[in-house]
Design a protein around this ligand. Structure first.
Ligand SMILES: *Cc1c(COP(=O)(O)O)cnc(C)c1O
Length: 338
Protein backbone atom coordinates (compact mmCIF):
# COMPACT_ATOMS: atom_id res chain seq x y z
CA UNK A 1 0.00 0.00 0.00
CA UNK A 2 1.55 3.24 -1.13
CA UNK A 3 0.19 6.77 -1.02
CA UNK A 4 -1.13 8.37 -4.16
CA UNK A 5 1.36 11.17 -4.66
CA UNK A 6 2.92 12.71 -7.76
CA UNK A 7 6.18 10.91 -6.89
CA UNK A 8 8.07 12.06 -9.97
CA UNK A 9 7.47 15.74 -9.24
CA UNK A 10 8.13 15.84 -5.50
CA UNK A 11 10.45 18.61 -4.38
CA UNK A 12 12.25 19.03 -1.08
CA UNK A 13 9.54 20.47 1.15
CA UNK A 14 7.84 19.52 4.38
CA UNK A 15 5.12 16.90 4.20
CA UNK A 16 3.49 15.72 7.40
CA UNK A 17 3.73 11.94 7.46
CA UNK A 18 1.87 9.76 9.96
CA UNK A 19 4.44 9.00 12.66
CA UNK A 20 7.59 10.34 14.25
CA UNK A 21 9.75 8.91 17.06
CA UNK A 22 10.38 10.87 20.23
CA UNK A 23 12.51 10.12 23.27
CA UNK A 24 13.22 12.23 26.36
CA UNK A 25 16.37 12.45 28.46
CA UNK A 26 15.66 13.36 32.06
CA UNK A 27 17.18 12.56 35.48
CA UNK A 28 20.28 11.15 33.83
CA UNK A 29 18.66 8.73 31.39
CA UNK A 30 16.84 8.32 28.09
CA UNK A 31 13.35 6.87 28.23
CA UNK A 32 12.64 4.10 25.72
CA UNK A 33 10.94 6.48 23.33
CA UNK A 34 7.77 6.02 21.29
CA UNK A 35 6.12 6.74 17.99
CA UNK A 36 3.63 9.58 17.99
CA UNK A 37 1.28 11.19 15.50
CA UNK A 38 1.82 14.62 17.08
CA UNK A 39 4.21 16.74 14.97
CA UNK A 40 4.36 19.59 17.53
CA UNK A 41 6.82 19.94 20.40
CA UNK A 42 5.81 21.64 23.63
CA UNK A 43 9.05 22.79 25.26
CA UNK A 44 10.20 25.06 28.08
CA UNK A 45 10.81 28.71 27.27
CA UNK A 46 14.27 28.39 28.82
CA UNK A 47 15.32 25.50 26.52
CA UNK A 48 19.03 25.82 25.66
CA UNK A 49 18.22 24.93 22.03
CA UNK A 50 16.26 28.18 21.75
CA UNK A 51 18.82 30.52 23.31
CA UNK A 52 22.28 29.02 22.97
CA UNK A 53 21.91 26.82 19.91
CA UNK A 54 22.31 23.60 21.83
CA UNK A 55 20.94 21.33 19.13
CA UNK A 56 22.14 19.13 16.31
CA UNK A 57 20.64 17.05 13.53
CA UNK A 58 21.23 14.44 10.85
CA UNK A 59 19.97 13.89 7.33
CA UNK A 60 19.62 10.50 5.66
CA UNK A 61 17.34 8.62 3.28
CA UNK A 62 15.44 5.35 2.88
CA UNK A 63 15.26 3.89 -0.62
CA UNK A 64 12.68 1.51 -2.11
CA UNK A 65 14.40 -1.21 -4.10
CA UNK A 66 13.19 -3.15 -7.17
CA UNK A 67 12.14 -6.11 -5.00
CA UNK A 68 9.99 -3.83 -2.82
CA UNK A 69 12.26 -3.90 0.24
CA UNK A 70 13.64 -0.72 1.83
CA UNK A 71 17.33 0.22 2.12
CA UNK A 72 19.03 2.55 4.56
CA UNK A 73 22.43 3.81 3.44
CA UNK A 74 25.18 3.58 6.11
CA UNK A 75 22.89 4.62 9.00
CA UNK A 76 25.51 3.81 11.65
CA UNK A 77 27.66 6.55 10.14
CA UNK A 78 24.87 9.04 10.85
CA UNK A 79 24.53 7.67 14.39
CA UNK A 80 28.26 8.10 14.99
CA UNK A 81 28.35 11.57 13.48
CA UNK A 82 25.44 12.67 15.65
CA UNK A 83 27.32 11.44 18.68
CA UNK A 84 30.27 13.61 17.66
CA UNK A 85 27.99 16.63 17.24
CA UNK A 86 26.53 15.94 20.69
CA UNK A 87 30.00 15.65 22.23
CA UNK A 88 31.05 19.00 20.73
CA UNK A 89 27.99 20.75 22.17
CA UNK A 90 28.03 18.89 25.51
CA UNK A 91 24.71 17.20 24.76
CA UNK A 92 23.73 13.71 25.96
CA UNK A 93 24.35 11.43 22.99
CA UNK A 94 21.79 8.89 21.86
CA UNK A 95 23.04 5.26 21.74
CA UNK A 96 23.99 4.25 18.16
CA UNK A 97 22.03 1.00 18.12
CA UNK A 98 18.91 2.78 19.39
CA UNK A 99 19.40 5.58 16.86
CA UNK A 100 19.28 3.09 13.98
CA UNK A 101 16.36 1.26 15.57
CA UNK A 102 14.41 4.54 15.93
CA UNK A 103 15.07 5.36 12.26
CA UNK A 104 13.78 1.92 11.24
CA UNK A 105 10.68 2.33 13.38
CA UNK A 106 9.88 5.65 11.71
CA UNK A 107 10.39 4.22 8.22
CA UNK A 108 8.21 1.17 8.98
CA UNK A 109 5.45 3.27 10.55
CA UNK A 110 5.44 5.53 7.47
CA UNK A 111 5.97 2.74 4.96
CA UNK A 112 3.21 3.96 2.66
CA UNK A 113 5.11 7.24 2.28
CA UNK A 114 8.24 5.53 0.96
CA UNK A 115 8.27 6.40 -2.76
CA UNK A 116 8.01 3.54 -5.27
CA UNK A 117 11.15 2.19 -6.93
CA UNK A 118 11.92 3.82 -10.25
CA UNK A 119 10.62 7.29 -9.44
CA UNK A 120 14.00 8.57 -8.22
CA UNK A 121 12.24 9.77 -5.06
CA UNK A 122 13.14 8.58 -1.55
CA UNK A 123 12.10 9.02 2.07
CA UNK A 124 14.17 11.77 3.68
CA UNK A 125 14.81 11.16 7.38
CA UNK A 126 15.61 13.90 9.86
CA UNK A 127 16.89 12.81 13.29
CA UNK A 128 17.55 15.74 15.63
CA UNK A 129 18.29 16.56 19.24
CA UNK A 130 17.54 19.68 21.29
CA UNK A 131 18.46 20.80 24.78
CA UNK A 132 15.27 21.54 26.73
CA UNK A 133 14.07 22.22 30.27
CA UNK A 134 13.88 25.21 32.62
CA UNK A 135 17.12 27.06 32.26
CA UNK A 136 18.56 30.53 31.75
CA UNK A 137 22.34 30.44 32.29
CA UNK A 138 24.86 29.54 29.61
CA UNK A 139 25.40 25.88 30.42
CA UNK A 140 24.42 22.50 29.00
CA UNK A 141 20.80 21.48 29.52
CA UNK A 142 19.83 18.77 32.00
CA UNK A 143 17.09 17.53 29.68
CA UNK A 144 17.05 16.62 25.98
CA UNK A 145 14.64 15.54 23.30
CA UNK A 146 15.75 13.17 20.53
CA UNK A 147 13.31 12.85 17.67
CA UNK A 148 13.18 11.40 14.15
CA UNK A 149 10.72 12.42 11.46
CA UNK A 150 10.54 11.65 7.77
CA UNK A 151 8.95 12.73 4.50
CA UNK A 152 9.08 11.77 0.84
CA UNK A 153 11.36 13.95 -1.30
CA UNK A 154 11.92 14.00 -5.03
CA UNK A 155 15.05 13.30 -6.97
CA UNK A 156 17.10 16.50 -6.94
CA UNK A 157 17.60 16.31 -10.69
CA UNK A 158 14.38 15.67 -12.59
CA UNK A 159 15.63 15.46 -16.16
CA UNK A 160 19.01 13.88 -15.30
CA UNK A 161 22.16 15.42 -13.84
CA UNK A 162 22.73 19.04 -14.80
CA UNK A 163 25.63 21.30 -13.93
CA UNK A 164 25.07 24.69 -12.31
CA UNK A 165 27.17 27.66 -11.25
CA UNK A 166 28.42 28.62 -7.78
CA UNK A 167 30.15 31.64 -6.27
CA UNK A 168 32.93 31.89 -3.71
CA UNK A 169 31.49 33.66 -0.68
CA UNK A 170 33.17 36.54 1.14
CA UNK A 171 31.69 35.09 4.37
CA UNK A 172 32.77 32.14 6.52
CA UNK A 173 30.28 29.50 7.66
CA UNK A 174 32.38 28.35 10.62
CA UNK A 175 35.44 29.41 12.58
CA UNK A 176 38.80 27.61 12.13
CA UNK A 177 38.51 25.74 15.42
CA UNK A 178 34.77 26.23 15.85
CA UNK A 179 31.84 23.94 15.12
CA UNK A 180 32.26 23.45 11.36
CA UNK A 181 32.69 19.69 11.75
CA UNK A 182 29.52 19.33 13.83
CA UNK A 183 26.09 19.16 12.18
CA UNK A 184 24.59 21.97 14.23
CA UNK A 185 21.98 24.59 13.40
CA UNK A 186 24.29 27.50 14.24
CA UNK A 187 26.40 26.78 11.16
CA UNK A 188 23.26 26.88 9.08
CA UNK A 189 22.02 30.14 10.61
CA UNK A 190 25.39 31.63 9.65
CA UNK A 191 25.01 30.35 6.07
CA UNK A 192 21.57 31.81 5.34
CA UNK A 193 22.77 35.30 4.38
CA UNK A 194 25.70 34.11 2.20
CA UNK A 195 23.31 31.65 0.52
CA UNK A 196 20.72 34.37 -0.10
CA UNK A 197 23.30 36.72 -1.60
CA UNK A 198 24.61 33.96 -3.88
CA UNK A 199 21.08 33.11 -5.07
CA UNK A 200 20.27 36.78 -5.68
CA UNK A 201 23.12 36.74 -8.17
CA UNK A 202 21.65 33.62 -9.83
CA UNK A 203 24.19 31.17 -8.42
CA UNK A 204 23.07 27.84 -6.96
CA UNK A 205 24.86 28.43 -3.68
CA UNK A 206 27.91 29.88 -1.93
CA UNK A 207 31.29 28.14 -1.83
CA UNK A 208 33.22 28.75 1.39
CA UNK A 209 36.97 29.06 1.66
CA UNK A 210 38.93 27.89 4.68
CA UNK A 211 38.28 30.45 7.42
CA UNK A 212 41.92 30.66 8.48
CA UNK A 213 43.66 31.68 5.24
CA UNK A 214 40.87 32.11 2.65
CA UNK A 215 43.04 30.34 0.11
CA UNK A 216 41.50 26.85 -0.07
CA UNK A 217 38.04 25.54 -0.94
CA UNK A 218 36.23 24.22 2.10
CA UNK A 219 32.50 23.53 1.57
CA UNK A 220 29.86 24.12 -1.07
CA UNK A 221 26.77 25.44 0.72
CA UNK A 222 25.66 22.42 2.75
CA UNK A 223 27.65 19.94 0.69
CA UNK A 224 31.28 18.85 0.37
CA UNK A 225 33.47 19.67 -2.65
CA UNK A 226 35.34 17.29 -4.91
CA UNK A 227 37.32 17.71 -8.11
CA UNK A 228 38.70 15.31 -10.72
CA UNK A 229 42.15 16.30 -11.95
CA UNK A 230 43.35 15.97 -15.55
CA UNK A 231 45.28 12.86 -14.54
CA UNK A 232 42.23 11.25 -12.95
CA UNK A 233 42.74 11.91 -9.26
CA UNK A 234 39.61 12.42 -7.14
CA UNK A 235 40.50 15.15 -4.64
CA UNK A 236 38.36 16.48 -1.80
CA UNK A 237 39.40 19.09 0.78
CA UNK A 238 40.70 18.11 4.20
CA UNK A 239 40.03 20.56 7.01
CA UNK A 240 38.92 20.41 10.65
CA UNK A 241 36.09 22.87 9.94
CA UNK A 242 34.43 20.85 7.14
CA UNK A 243 31.36 18.76 7.94
CA UNK A 244 32.48 15.15 7.29
CA UNK A 245 30.03 14.13 4.56
CA UNK A 246 29.11 10.45 4.44
CA UNK A 247 28.43 10.86 0.71
CA UNK A 248 31.95 12.28 0.27
CA UNK A 249 33.64 9.37 2.07
CA UNK A 250 31.52 6.95 0.03
CA UNK A 251 32.59 8.64 -3.23
CA UNK A 252 36.24 8.57 -2.14
CA UNK A 253 35.95 4.82 -1.69
CA UNK A 254 34.05 4.25 -4.93
CA UNK A 255 36.44 6.43 -6.95
CA UNK A 256 39.34 4.27 -5.80
CA UNK A 257 37.77 0.85 -5.68
CA UNK A 258 35.13 0.87 -8.40
CA UNK A 259 36.41 3.50 -10.87
CA UNK A 260 40.11 2.77 -10.32
CA UNK A 261 41.00 6.42 -9.86
CA UNK A 262 43.45 7.70 -7.32
CA UNK A 263 41.44 9.27 -4.51
CA UNK A 264 42.67 11.52 -1.75
CA UNK A 265 41.84 14.25 0.74
CA UNK A 266 44.07 17.28 0.46
CA UNK A 267 44.31 21.02 -0.01
CA UNK A 268 42.33 22.52 -2.89
CA UNK A 269 43.79 25.97 -3.53
CA UNK A 270 41.40 28.47 -5.05
CA UNK A 271 44.12 29.70 -7.43
CA UNK A 272 44.75 26.15 -8.69
CA UNK A 273 41.37 25.32 -10.23
CA UNK A 274 42.93 24.61 -13.63
CA UNK A 275 44.09 21.23 -12.32
CA UNK A 276 40.47 19.98 -12.45
CA UNK A 277 38.57 18.78 -15.48
CA UNK A 278 35.42 18.14 -13.42
CA UNK A 279 34.06 19.29 -10.05
CA UNK A 280 31.02 18.69 -7.95
CA UNK A 281 29.25 19.16 -4.62
CA UNK A 282 28.13 16.08 -2.72
CA UNK A 283 25.69 15.33 0.08
CA UNK A 284 22.64 13.23 0.89
CA UNK A 285 20.09 15.62 -0.63
CA UNK A 286 21.44 15.84 -4.20
CA UNK A 287 24.00 12.98 -4.01
CA UNK A 288 26.11 14.98 -6.49
CA UNK A 289 25.48 18.47 -7.88
CA UNK A 290 27.96 18.97 -10.74
CA UNK A 291 29.69 22.35 -10.56
CA UNK A 292 29.64 23.98 -13.98
CA UNK A 293 31.33 27.26 -13.27
CA UNK A 294 32.71 28.93 -10.17
CA UNK A 295 32.78 32.70 -9.73
CA UNK A 296 35.95 33.71 -7.84
CA UNK A 297 35.87 37.49 -7.30
CA UNK A 298 36.01 38.88 -10.87
CA UNK A 299 36.94 35.59 -12.55
CA UNK A 300 34.55 32.92 -13.74
CA UNK A 301 36.14 29.47 -13.91
CA UNK A 302 34.40 26.77 -15.94
CA UNK A 303 35.19 23.13 -15.14
CA UNK A 304 33.77 20.51 -17.53
CA UNK A 305 30.85 22.54 -18.91
CA UNK A 306 28.48 25.17 -17.57
CA UNK A 307 25.47 22.93 -18.19
CA UNK A 308 26.56 19.33 -18.80
CA UNK A 309 27.84 16.77 -16.32
CA UNK A 310 31.33 15.34 -16.88
CA UNK A 311 31.73 11.60 -17.57
CA UNK A 312 33.55 10.68 -14.34
CA UNK A 313 31.11 12.64 -12.18
CA UNK A 314 28.27 10.85 -13.95
CA UNK A 315 29.81 7.41 -13.35
CA UNK A 316 30.32 8.19 -9.66
CA UNK A 317 26.73 9.36 -9.39
CA UNK A 318 25.33 6.27 -11.12
CA UNK A 319 27.45 3.96 -8.98
CA UNK A 320 26.35 5.52 -5.69
CA UNK A 321 22.67 5.87 -6.60
CA UNK A 322 22.70 2.31 -7.96
CA UNK A 323 24.00 1.06 -4.61
CA UNK A 324 21.45 3.08 -2.63
CA UNK A 325 18.48 1.77 -4.63
CA UNK A 326 19.86 -1.78 -4.56
CA UNK A 327 20.63 -2.11 -8.30
CA UNK A 328 24.39 -2.38 -7.83
CA UNK A 329 26.13 -4.59 -5.30
CA UNK A 330 27.02 -2.59 -2.20
CA UNK A 331 30.35 -2.68 -0.39
CA UNK A 332 30.19 -4.69 2.83
CA UNK A 333 28.06 -2.99 5.48
CA UNK A 334 26.79 -0.07 3.40
CA UNK A 335 23.18 -1.18 3.17
CA UNK A 336 20.97 -1.80 6.18
CA UNK A 337 17.56 -3.34 5.42
CA UNK A 338 14.63 -1.79 7.27
C1 LIG B 1 25.04 17.27 6.13
C2 LIG B 1 26.09 18.14 5.50
C3 LIG B 1 26.84 17.70 4.39
C4 LIG B 1 26.59 16.40 3.68
O1 LIG B 1 26.77 15.28 4.46
P1 LIG B 1 26.18 13.89 3.99
O2 LIG B 1 26.47 12.96 5.11
O3 LIG B 1 26.88 13.50 2.74
O4 LIG B 1 24.73 14.11 3.75
C5 LIG B 1 27.83 18.55 3.92
N1 LIG B 1 28.07 19.76 4.47
C6 LIG B 1 27.34 20.21 5.52
C7 LIG B 1 27.64 21.55 6.09
C8 LIG B 1 26.32 19.41 6.06
O5 LIG B 1 25.62 19.87 7.09
Amino acid sequence: MTKELDWKNLGFSYIKTDYRFISHYKDGQWDKGELTRDNRLHIAEGSTALHYGQQCFEGMKAYRTADGSINLFRPYENARRMKKSCDRLLMESYPEEQFVEAVKQVVRANEKWVPPYGTGASLYIRPFMIGVGDNIGVKPADEYIFSVFAMPVGSYFKGGLKASNFIVSPYDRAAPRGTGAAKVGGNYAASLLPGKEAKERSFSDAVYLDPETHSKIEEVGAANFFGITHDDVFITPKSPSILPSITKYSLLWLAENRLNLKAEEGDVYIDDLDQFKEAGACGTAAVIAPIGGLQVEEDFHVFYSETEVGPITKRLYNELVGIQFGDIEAPEGWIEKV
